[in-house]
Design a protein. Structure first.
Length: 318
């Protein structure tokens, strides 16, 4: 499937850029950077932990990662509602949580495909496509809004609010067209036709601005950050860094991991970006240990909540 962009010169230019190769290069470079950083400090790194003293902190970090998944799921539910489909039950939330682990599968599209198929069965293909496609943009807008708090450090952070300005009924179709030109692989799997006429005919956007969904996405990123911050303080008890600074670089790093789908779940990219942004503000061995523990904890939360879905999938193949 392709969006009709024949009369959109700027979209034609975007389509000519081989984003797949650029993202793969960025992913490999980030992974190499993290590995070099890790092995350069391996003699100072110890993953031994006193569970009696620090177990509660790690468990709290895990709980905030679980909370972030549910906030993300409820945000998706309100995105679907914003496109005009009302749900009385929480089946949508449950299915989102169950399929979240698929973002780690190579290709980076299978969680989208499962969610598209689920919505299509209870709604129409257009709502299924658009609500699934736009969700990462909501996450990015929420994360960038948090990162824009860096305005207190530099005026350049002001530009991070720009994605939010297009998140409304007037510009949403333009955003969908741009995303469509970037997500060719997704559409090859979904194989749906698309036109502006279909959008206006089948989609009934219920408000000008999707405030509930956006606030939930902000809560999602904040919960992730709190989980990371707890991990960091577990290993860095003398942490005196400005929490706003940490939130800004966390949000930026997480956003970059989101937009590089060559990295399953942002693995490697998020860590490399945060290492780069934090610089020498935190001892290298401390930030490495914190990042590794946070990655294990956040992935474990995804895996635990998705376990019923994985068991069902495996049992069907046996």
């Amino acid at each position: 499937m392709r969006f009709n962009i024949s009369n959109q010169p700027h979209l034609k230019f975007i389509k000519k850029i081989n984003f797949g190769n650029l993202k793969s290069i960025f992913f490999i470079s980030s992974l190499l950077y993290f590995c070099i950083y890790f092995f350069d400090n391996i003699d100072q790194i110890s993953f031994d932990i006193n569970l009696e003293r620090n177990g509660i902190n790690l468990f709290l970090s895990f709980l905030f990662c679980v909370l972030s998944i549910y906030l993300n799921a409820y945000a998706w539910k309100y995105i679907v509602k914003w496109f005009g489909k009302e749900f009385k039950s929480n089946n949508l939330v449950s299915f989102y949580v169950l399929t979240n682990i698929l973002k780690y599968v190579p290709g980076g599209v299978w969680h989208f495909v499962e969610r598209f198929n689920f919505i299509k069965k209870i709604s129409n293909p257009q709502i299924a496509l658009y609500s699934t496609l736009i969700e990462p943009y909501f996450m990015l807008s929420g994360s960038f809004l948090l990162a824009s708090m860096g305005l207190i450090f530099s005026p350049l952070y002001f530009f991070l609010i720009f994605p939010l300005l297009f998140l409304n009924r007037k510009f949403i179709f333009l955003i969908l067209k741009i995303l469509g030109s970037l997500k060719g692989k997704v559409f090859e799997v979904l194989r749906l036709p698309n036109s502006k006429g279909q959008f206006e005919e089948r989609i009934n956007i219920v408000s000008f601005f999707p405030s509930r969904a956006l606030f939930l996405e902000i809560g999602f990123v904040l919960s992730k950050f709190i989980g990371f911050y707890i991990c960091l303080n577990t290993f860095y008890t003398s942490n005196t860094l400005n929490i706003i600074f940490l939130l800004v670089i966390f949000s930026l790093s997480w956003s970059i991991g989101l937009v590089v789908p060559a990295a399953p779940g942002g693995v490697g990219v998020f860590e490399a970006c945060l290492l780069l942004f934090v610089g020498k503000s935190i001892p290298e061995n401390i930030i490495l240990i914190s990042l590794v523990y946070f990655r294990v904890i956040s992935t474990s939360a995804d895996l635990l909540l998705s376990l019923p879905f994985l068991i069902r999938k495996v049992s069907k193949r046996i």
